[in-house]
Design a protein around this ligand. Structure first.
Ligand SMILES: Nc1ncnc2c1ncn2[C@@H]1O[C@H](COP(=O)(O)OP(=O)(O)OP(=O)(O)O)[C@@H](O)[C@H]1O
Ligand SMILES: [Mg+2]
Length: 259
């Protein structure tokens, strides 16, 4: 479904018609949402469908990639025939050095400047751009970039990884909560519709995003005998009526198909 208005509220299509139907026409524009699910549940594919729908509508869209290097994302979605070259990307993957470290806390991270997917390949060998990855540093980088480009859609994939990479001076979760709140408020003030992917885990760890997001979509996978069944459920959606049922979906050569 393309972007449209239902009543007074602008709706943002997810690129997945069956999901838009569950949402009563799409996400409410300018708000942050959580996409939660285990590994391989389809969070990244859903988030990319959302960004590609924006590209189809002529919008500027941005991916903050912390789960897998952008080059891998490009390769992974080639099977679907998706052209992600117009997706601007902030590579928030830790540098190789960070992966090799044995200490629990990683100190060296790489966050390259914003670039489009088509430029990413040249960038992978550069090791001179070393910065700390944290919610705050990503916020600052986004502020700089938003000043020049009016992004309509942003995906953070995943908040779970960014929080894992971030160096914490204490176990106090409050500063992190404030940083997430500040980032999401900034994006909402600019009218950006944001998807944040998270892996479900300790509820206490998830609490900040759950409080701050305006809705949550849960992706699950269960086994019936030797058959795997994927399911999607709109857990919460403030401000609009939605289909509360758990619906089956499939990952097909065309991407996610609900129903
Ligand atoms: N071409 C394809 N055809 C069918 N299924 C595919 C294809 N490519 C990937 N998949 C499936 O899509 C799923 C990967 O989805 P995705 O990467 O969006 O998961 P994720 O929730 O982001 O996982 P993670 O938390 O590990 O990042 C896998 O289960 C994989 O089997
Ligand atoms: Mg993923």
């Amino acid at each position: 479904m393309s972007d449209g208005r239902i009543g007074n509220i602008e709706r943002v299509g997810t690129g997945i018609p069956g999901l838009d139907r569950m949402l009563g026409g799409g996400l409410l524009a300018g708000r942050p949402y959580l996409i939660s699910g285990g590994s391989g549940s389809g969070k990244t594919l859903l988030a990319l469908s959302f960004l590609l729908e924006g590209i189809r509508n002529g919008e500027e869209v941005l991916l903050v990639a912390a789960d897998e290097p952008p080059t891998e994302i490009v390769e992974n979605v080639r099977a679907f025939g998706w052209d992600v070259s117009a997706v601007k990307t902030l590579d928030a993957n830790p540098g190789l050095k960070a992966f090799k470290r044995t200490a629990a806390v990683q100190e060296i991270r790489t966050m390259t400047d914003l670039r489009s997917m088509r430029d990413i390949a040249e960038d992978t060998k550069r090791s001179d751009l070393v910065e700390e990855i944290s919610i705050q540093s990503i916020h600052l980088k986004l502020r700089q970039q938003m000043a020049g480009t009016p992004f309509r859609r942003v995906v953070v994939d995943s908040m779970t990884s960014i929080r894992r990479f971030a160096v914490r001076s204490s176990n106090d979760i409050q500063p992190e909560r404030t940083e997430i709140q500040s980032l999401l408020r900034f994006l909402a003030e600019l009218g950006v519709t944001t998807l944040i992917t998270v892996t479900p885990g300790d509820p206490a760890v998830l609490a900040p995003e759950e409080i701050l997001s305006r809705g949550e979509i849960l992706l699950t996978r269960k086994w019936i005998g030797d058959r795997s069944v994927r399911q999607i459920k709109v857990l919460r959606m403030r401000g609009c009526a939605h289909d509360p049922e758990r619906r089956p979906f499939a990952i097909t050569p065309q991407g996610l198909v609900v129903g």
